[in-house]
Design a protein around this ligand. Sequence first.
Ligand SMILES: C[S@@+](CC[C@H](N)C(=O)[O-])C[C@H]1O[C@@H](n2cnc3c(N)ncnc32)[C@H](O)[C@@H]1O
Length: 377
Amino acid sequence: MGFTLCVPCLFGLEGLVADELRRLALPDVAAENGRVYCTGGPEAVARANLWLRMGERVLLELGRFPADSFDALFEGARALPWESLIPADGAFPVTGYSLNSRLASVPDCQRILKKAVAERLKSRYGLQWFPENGAQHQIRFSILKDQVSLCLDTSGEGLHKRGYRPAHSAAPLRETLAAAMVELARYRGKGDFRDPFCGSGTIPIEAALIAKNRAPGLNRHFAAMDWPALEPRIWTEAREAARAREFSGDYSIGGSDLDPKAITIARANAQRAGVAQLIRFETADALSFSRSTDRGVIVTNPPYGERLLEKQEAEELYRGFGRALQRCPGWQLYLLSSHTEFERCFGRQADKKRKLYNGMIKCDLFMYFKKQTEKEG
Ligand SMILES: C[S@@+](CC[C@H](N)C(=O)[O-])C[C@H]1O[C@@H](n2cnc3c(N)ncnc32)[C@H](O)[C@@H]1O
């Protein structure tokens, strides 16, 4: 069985997700806006779900076709081999979106697609009515400029839900974005790693998972595990292979936050993620951050002044943090903020910037990797 895999991702992460798929040795990798394609068999579905750190889900694309009328949508959907994956008792809810297209009404598209898939299954299974009391086969459609893509969702819950973060502190960062920040900082387990605004600990936890080469989805369930069309052994084999690839070593990963409650949550999250032994969490003010070693990397997500603090308070914080980091000239910094005046307040122009989206908030990852000269602070 050969599939076209479609991995939606946060805008700005397409290149990183494409690299992840290439590292999994999956062929035909092609990045588009907000999603990345590749091909592969059932084993690829299991491996991609288990290993992707930055993709949001793994979809199987059954077909793509142009449609600017409900008839074209119905006929296009009915022509696809849904029965190859959806069994007679399978539940097949439909969800999706439409952008810049003539078929703009999402509820109408949902209704037409549901009918088209049901018609197809009726003709193949000889049934008039479907109980839909079996495994979930979520259909996801997208219509972009009158081009329809129809997929089945193999992940179920989004891949950012690793299972370690049921508890929430204020404004947590999505796990996929945290992993991308660690990746962009090129941290792979060597040297000192710190997040001085760690909140619920997402960034240090993702760093620890990367350092250990732990598959982020190792301990969670995926929707396609319940699909009769895919053999159960693909999941057990992918899990066993992933366990065999884990590293163990001594890592220097730390997270701190001014709020002791956040630190309690971060510790509990790290415990659930199985990396509590690898991370030192402590309550501390980022403004008194000082170097413990000459070199290291800070990957962090301070308040932006949109949700947690007022803008002015955020600016004051950036100024103070800029002063603190002048005492650590050998340290690199990768800091995510939506604050347009960040560099001015921090006191230094970034060596490089990269646009990333934290949910709906447009942010920059400010990257400082060139060595600066030490100043007395
Ligand atoms: C945007 S949140 C970080 C969210 C985090 N990345 C997560 O995944 O949960 C910013 C954090 O900065 C902390 N903070 C604010 N001022 C601070 C300071 N002066 N020193 C250390 N932490 C501070 C807040 O308590 C909050 O947890």
